[in-house]
Design a protein around this ligand. Sequence first.
Ligand code: HEC
Ligand code: HEC
Length: 291
Amino acid sequence: MSQARVLSLVGLAVFAVAAVAYAQTTVTPIPDKEPVQTAPLNAGPQSKWGDVKAGATKAGTCAACHGLDGNPTDPQYPRLAGQSERYIAHQIALFKSGERNTGMSAAMKPFADALSEQDARDLGAYFATQKSGAGVADDTVIATGPNKDKKFYQVGEDLFRRGDKARGIPACMACHGPGGAGNPGPAYPHLAGQQAAYSQRRLEEYRAGTTTQRDPHLFNVMAGVAKQLTDEEIGSLASYLQGLHERADDIAAAGAPAPAAKPAAAPAPAQPAAPAEAPKPAAAPAAPAKG
Ligand code: HEC
Ligand code: HEC
């Protein structure tokens, strides 16, 4: 099996194209997405915004599985580095109440039980400040089936960027961001670099469509997205996400110029060129993949 690192330069390409166009035309801001209705956080009303330092001192208990900085070495545990305070606190509350009990939740539950609402938010704030690492994506060429001749991760890449209009699957990046950074406001989780085995498990749970959460609002958002995914697509999405590096890191690492510079100066991505169009909201997925 061969492997590849997947760079995410979509955002950079969009910015560069936009900057050139705007230099000669009237500036029309890209409209913001419709606000998404989200359930109130049941992390608890007594807590206040998490404290990074306090979280760092409490994170020692999590290290054996999630790594001290939230980057685990064992592939079965999820990466927490770069995940938002709000999302982490919410998930801990769900483990604690027993509402999140699928997959490998039994391993996590005793640790959630030991945390107060404020502990959960402090830990969330700490992991949110940690730099997420990433793994590698599988670029083995697919031998048979509807995706024959594509590299394995490219099936997921297409869905991530463009969705599949014919089947009503929105582009993942419409909510999770072009670089997979997530969106802390509506609690769309950070996905870039997430361990493939974990993402696969989660996508299978969403596809199955049932949860014991009392307020399944957010679960149902993902269940709607995942219900039509095939096994191959789920495996490929998980592999793509594992290899997805956040673009800010990549640009810094490559020593690239600021986005306002000539587009040609941008480092060449390690995969086919990014679509030169802005991400569209979930309701109106971008056009299907190149003819
Ligand atoms: C014994 C191993 C273990 C320890 C120690 C542990 N966890 Fe976990 N944790 C897990 C497993 C396994 C999962 C994934 C559960 C599943 O399959 O859905 C998980 C999931 C999570 C998630 C959800 C991640 C997501 O993306 O939804 C959060 C948040 C979390 N753990 C936080 C913590 C914190 C904070 C600590 C320390 C106080 C901790 N964990 C300690 C095993 C552990
Ligand atoms: C309409 C917005 C939206 C779209 C589009 C979307 N997601 Fe999500 N995603 C969410 C929300 C909200 C959650 C949190 C659900 C929960 O609380 O269980 C989530 C959670 C996830 C998780 C679990 C993360 C974790 O740490 O446990 C994965 C994996 C995921 N999404 C992958 C995808 C993929 C792959 C696609 C595209 C096929 C996609 N998402 C499209 C909103 C979206």
